[in-house]
Design a protein around this ligand. Structure first.
Ligand code: RUB
Length: 310
């Protein structure tokens, strides 16, 4: 798949989930570099820069996309030939994809220690990181039950129940509005992340903040499963995370609506740090209030400088 196709598949959500879009973007940039066979350094830079912008514009909310693109392009300004630039981008992309894939496994192992046999987990939407935790606990022989929300309008919950059922985890699908009712049966909530802000706030699938409110009311721990490249250097500069709004037709066929009725379709929301017990990352289980340190230590001071240059 060429870069333009990858960017449009991310936009149309054929490629979705913050981790997967990040890995796909890194691979698309690598492909863009390898597809240019010429030796004009300026031309290769222009192609990569165009590609970089198209990928970043494909979905605005998940910082994983921006972090992946930055990591893939890091050091590229000092390349002195097209060959050097090509191999730098390819090496960066490979190491990003490898680190990202390993991180999912680490998160699974660390997070699963928080699950004991007999626990019932609630998850929202479809997060590979959160499902990795559940599947690791199950594979370790723990008796875990799961409630999975449908996650309207895209119904990513159907992917979640399919994945968990294939792994043999007893799973029950619920509609999003059943969350507060079901919370009395839940021992822990596990969700993924599209972005974690420097103040520890979580940006994730619409409805996540309502799940967090219901968990808080019932004193059920709310745990986020997120690779460190879900943390946002941009928010260190006070930048607000753009919440993507998608077409109304994803919710309802507009022809079914009475005249003058409008539809709003925000697809992510913000959960403040105070509702989050902990964040499971590949470097360990941390407090949401440690988000700034994660950005500085894991993504590096240079990511904060780069974010300011945008
Ligand atoms: C998916 C979503 C997931 C996060 C984390 O939204 O909100 O919870 O992306 O996923 P969408 P992962 O379907 O709109 O992309 O843990 O797989 O990175």
């Amino acid at each position: 798949m060429g870069l333009i196709e990858v960017a449009s598949s991310i936009k149309s959500m054929e490629i979705r989930g913050a981790g997967l879009i990040a890995r796909s973007a890194a691979e698309a940039l690598k492909q863009q570099a390898l597809d240019y066979k010429g030796d004009d350094l300026g031309e290769l830079r222009r192609r990569l820069d165009d590609g970089r912008r198209q990928l970043i514009a494909s979905r605005p909310t998940a910082i994983s996309l921006w972090n992946a693109v930055q990591a893939t392009m890091r050091g590229s300004s000092s390349a002195e030939s097209a060959d050097e630039l090509r191999s730098l981008v390819a090496t960066n992309a490979d190491s990003f994809v490898e680190r990202s894939s390993k991180a999912v496994g680490m998160i699974g192992r660390i997070g699963s220690k928080r699950l004991r046999s007999g626990m019932t987990v609630l998850t929202h939407c479809n997060s590979k990181a959160a499902l990795g935790v559940i599947k690791t606990a199950h594979a370790d022989g723990k008796d875990i039950k799961v409630y999975a929300t449908e996650s309207r309008p895209w119904r990513q919950g159907l992917l979640t129940v399919k994945d968990l059922a294939a792994a043999g985890v007893p799973t029950t699908l619920i509609i999003d509005s059943a969350v507060r009712w079901i919370m009395k049966e839940i021992d822990v909530v596990l969700v993924g992340a599209d972005t974690i802000c420097s103040n520890g706030a979580l940006i994730n699938k619409i409805g996540t903040s309502q799940v967090a409110l219901a968990a808080d009311e019932a004193r059920v721990p709310f745990i986020v499963c997120a690779k460190t490249y879900k943390f946002s250097p941009k928010t260190v500069h006070g930048e607000m995370v753009e919440i993507e709004e998608r077409d109304a037709s994803e919710i309802i066929d507009p022809r079914l609506l009475p005249p003058k009725v409008m539809v709003k379709n925000p697809v992510f929301d913000a959960t403040p740090a105070e509702y989050i017990d902990s964040i499971v990352t590949e470097i360990g289980l941390i407090s949401p209030y440690a988000a700034y340190e994660v950005i500085v230590k894991e993504l590096g001071q240079e990511s904060i400088f780069e974010a300011n240059e945008e």
